[in-house]
Design a protein around this ligand. Sequence first.
Ligand SMILES: *[C@@H]1O[C@H](CO)[C@@H](O)[C@H](O)[C@H]1NC(C)=O
Ligand SMILES: *[C@@H]1O[C@H](CO)[C@@H](O)[C@H](O)[C@H]1NC(C)=O
Length: 387
Amino acid sequence: MSMSSSCLLSLLLPCLLSFVLLRLPSTLLDPAAAVPRVKRSPPLPLRFRHDGAFKILQVADMHFGNGAATRCRDVAPELGGARCSDLNTTRFLRRLIEAERPDLIVFTGDNIFGSSATDAAESLLRAINPAVEYKVPWAAILGNHDQESTMTRAELMTFLSLMDYSVSQVNPPGFLVHGFGNYHVGIHGPFGSELVNTSLLNLYFLDSGDRELVNGVKTYGWIKESQLIWLSATSRELQQNLHAPALAFFHIPIPEVRDLWYTSFKGHYQEGVACSSVNSGVLSTLASMGDVKGVFLGHDHLNDFCGGLKGIWFCYGGGFGYHAYGIPHWPRRARMIYIELKNEQRSWTEVESIQTWKLLDDEKLSKIDEQVLWRCSEDDLYHNVYL
Ligand SMILES: *[C@@H]1O[C@H](CO)[C@@H](O)[C@H](O)[C@H]1NC(C)=O
Ligand SMILES: *[C@@H]1O[C@H](CO)[C@@H](O)[C@H](O)[C@H]1NC(C)=O
C-alpha cells in the first residue's frame, strides 16, 4: 500500500465507520427499512359495488403547498390567519371520504401549487395522503401549476403513477401521445355478475397542458391532435365490445365552455372561462365518439356549473383547496359523480344513470345542485348492444 492511499484510508475509515454505525440501528429497529418499497395497488380492475353503484369524488384545484405553513387565501378574516392552512384542505378531503366513501377519487389538476411547494414530491404525498390513508383508489391528472416546483410534468406523472392506491398512468403503452397523464380506466361489472370481465363505464384522462406561446402571445395549453387520435382510437376499440358510456377528465376548459353562459347551466358561472386561444377540435372529437356523456374540469375555481354542448355535459368541480383563490364565505367545494347500473331479472346489465351533485365544506357538508346527467333509454343508439 502506498503512503498516500493508506493516508486516505485512515482518513476515510472513521467516516465509513460512523456511516455504518449510524445506519445500523435504524435498519435493526425497523426491518421494513431494509425491504424495497413496493407500491400498494388497489384491487384491479376497478368495479361497480355489489349494490350496482360506483361513486366518484372529483377534487379540483387543491393548490397544496407546504402543509401547516401554507396559509389560506380568500377566506373570511375570522376563519383565516394563522388558523387556516393547507391542513384545512386535508381536513375537507378526509370529511368527504368519511361521509361519501367514494370508490374512486379523481384529482383534476393543480393538485399542488408549484410556487408554494418547496418539494413537489413531499407536497404531493401530503395532498393525496387522505386517499392513501383510507385506501381509496385514485387517479390524478396535471393542471398548469403542478410543475412550477421541483419536478417536471413527466416526473410528476411518473411519481403519481407510483404512489399507493393510484390508478394514474403516465401515457398509454404503444401510442406516442403529447403530454403526460393521458390514460383510460375501465370500471367493470360487480363481482359475481356476468359482467365481471366487462368494462361498463370508461374513464378517459387527458393532459390539457400548462402554458404556451402562440405567435408570441402567451396562452393556456390545449389538447393536441395526437391525444385526440389516441382518444378516438381507444373509444372505437372499446365500443367494439360494448357501447358503454364514458366520462372524461381534464384540467383546462375548452373554448366552447364560454358559450354555456347563454344556456340554462346549473350552478355558478362567476368568472371568465380561462381557456386556450387555440381550439383543437376536442368538442367535435368527443361528439363523434358518442360514448362520452360528461366532461369534468377544474382550473376556474369560481365556476362550478354544468352545461350541455352537443349532448355532452361539461361540469366544473369548483375550487377545493384553501390555498387557491376563491371568495370569502363562498364555501370550498367538491363534485360527486354517481353511476348506477340497471338491474334486469336479478342481474346487472348496463349503466342506467349518471348523476352529479356538489358538497360544500360547511358544517353540514351541504349537498347542492343535484342533477341527472344521463339516463339510458330504450331508444338510445348506444343501448345494450353487444357486437
Ligand atoms: C381551518 O381549520 C381551523 C382548525 O380546524 C378552523 O379553526 C378554521 O375555521 C378553518 N378555516 C376555514 C376557512 O375553514
Ligand atoms: C372472467 O375472467 C376469468 C379469468 O379470465 C374467468 O375465469 C371467468 O370465467 C370470467 N368470467 C366471466 C363471467 O366471463
